[in-house]
Design a protein around this ligand. Structure first.
Ligand code: NAD
Length: 385
């Protein structure tokens, strides 16, 4: 099978779908790997390193799209500024796409894929079951996001994180509050602890309390709602009554907190607002909020996605695509995730994907000229697109 790895064209995107270290596995499986020149440059993966690992370098992206059976990508297809064509139109008709697809936000791409008989698999739709852990790109990218959010906060904060007892006096530790302790939140807790901060956290899913404590952070106790978790382990949308109580508990802590890292999200919904303007005004001058839910509407009402705003001396940062700030490890982890999914789809060079397999079935978005994912089909027809 001919596998194509285009250079990512999204603004600020530095990752690449495949790194040299996974290529020998694909070559051993009798696949041929074609990589667009400089595709891995930002992550320090040179064309020579790809060639040494067994890939072929292609300089013309049109040729790469036209001559490959499967294209592996990071970002969903978008308009190619040099080729003046959507990447979804560049794929060869009848070929296969694997990558992040965000199908509900990209209905045009999904329609083009269906029309052009492209079989597409969306990394976001890989079910979060134990067997799929090594394909779970949402988790691996969230791990990076949680880590980098803490470094960003430490850089912007006007004080140090650790407790220091020095001849020049005692420096108290920074107090970090983490809201939402899923994959990104737990990594943020661990990173802030490693830097010496005193960490508090909250998440409405009861199972999280032990995980928070095992990382050495304290869990904010509050009355938890019933029936809070979906079968897939995600939090359900909380009632306004619960969110009001949660905001009261958070507000009581804010005067003492130096950093808030908020990660709270509800799959497929706008992120819950956990920090209002009045609450931000309770924080001290010089403190920092890193809102990792910025792209889903933000956990803080003052957040602007992709921007840093200041309100009465408090910096509110709404970062987007933090994994792209660490292209080497983000690409390595993503490459492992996507290669594992690819090998599940094609265990042999001439294999046909088993669409009865739960992982394959749930992550497949378009096939045989149709949108086959029920969730996506329902959502797009509800929106009338
Ligand atoms: P996410 O990014 O969707 O949400 C982040 C966190 O926000 C979650 O922990 C959620 O509970 C929390 N949250 C929602 N509403 C909140 C509120 N009002 N206040 C505070 N926090 C709130 O979640 P995620 O990190 O992608 O994953 C969540 C969970 O999914 C995991 O912890 C795990 O249980 C499950 N998961 C399972 C697997 C697997 O088994 N393979 C893999 C990954 C995740």
């Amino acid at each position: 099978m001919k596998i194509g790895i285009p250079k990512e064209i999204g603004p600020g995107e530095t990752r690449v779908a495949i790194v040299p270290e996974v290529i020998p596995t694909l070559v051993r499986d009798k696949h041929e790997v074609f990589v667009e020149t400089t595709a891995g440059e930002s992550g320090s993966f040179s064309d020579q390193a790809y060639e040494k690992a067994g890939a072929k370098i292609i300089t013309d992206p049109i040729l790469l799209y036209e001559s490959t059976d499967v294209v592996l990508k990071v970002q969903p297809p978008q308009f190619h500024p040099t080729l003046k064509k959507d990447e979804a139109e560049l794929l060869r008709e009848g070929s296969t796409y694997i990558g992040f697809l965000a199908p509900i936000s990209n209905p045009d791409v999904v329609r083009i894929f269906a029309r052009r008989n492209i079989t597409s698999f969306s990394m976001e739709y890989v079910p979060r079951i134990t067997r799929a852990q090594s394909m779970d790109a949402l988790s691996s990218m969230s791990t990076i996001t949680g880590y980098k959010a803490v470094l960003l906060a430490a850089d912007k904060l006007d004080k140090m994180f650790p407790l220091l007892m020095t001849a020049a006096g005692t420096i108290p530790p920074a107090i970090v509050l983490v809201l939402g302790a899923g994959v990104a939140g737990l990594q943020a807790i661990a990173t802030a602890k490693r830097l010496g901060a005193k960490v508090e956290a909250f998440d409405p899913r009861p199972s999280v309390k032990e995980q928070v404590k095992s990382l050495g952070a304290s869990f904010i106790e509050m009355e938890l709602p019933q029936d809070v978790e979906t079968a897939g382990g995600y939090a359900k949308e909380q009632s306004e009554e619960f969110l009001k109580k949660e905001r009261e508990s958070i507000a009581a802590r804010l005067p003492k907190v130096d950093v808030v890292i908020s990660t709270a999200q509800v799959f497929g919904k706008r992120a819950p607002v956990l920090l209002t303007q009045d609450m931000v005004e309770l924080m001290r001058h010089g403190s920092v909020i890193i809102d990792l839910a910025a792209e889903q509407g933000g956990n803080c009402s003052l957040t602007q996605a992709g921007k840093s705003v200041e309100h009465r001396g408090v910096q509110i940062i709404g970062p987007v695509n933090l994994p792209a700030t660490l292209p080497m490890d983000a690409s390595r982890m993503y490459a492992k995730n996507i290669t594992t999914l690819f090998r599940l789809l094609y265990p042999k060079v001439d294999a046909v994907p088993d669409f009865n397999d739960e992982i394959i079935k749930e992550s497949c978005i378009t096939r045989e000229g149709r949108i086959v994912n029920e969730l996506v089909r329902a959502s797009l027809s509800e929106k009338g697109v």
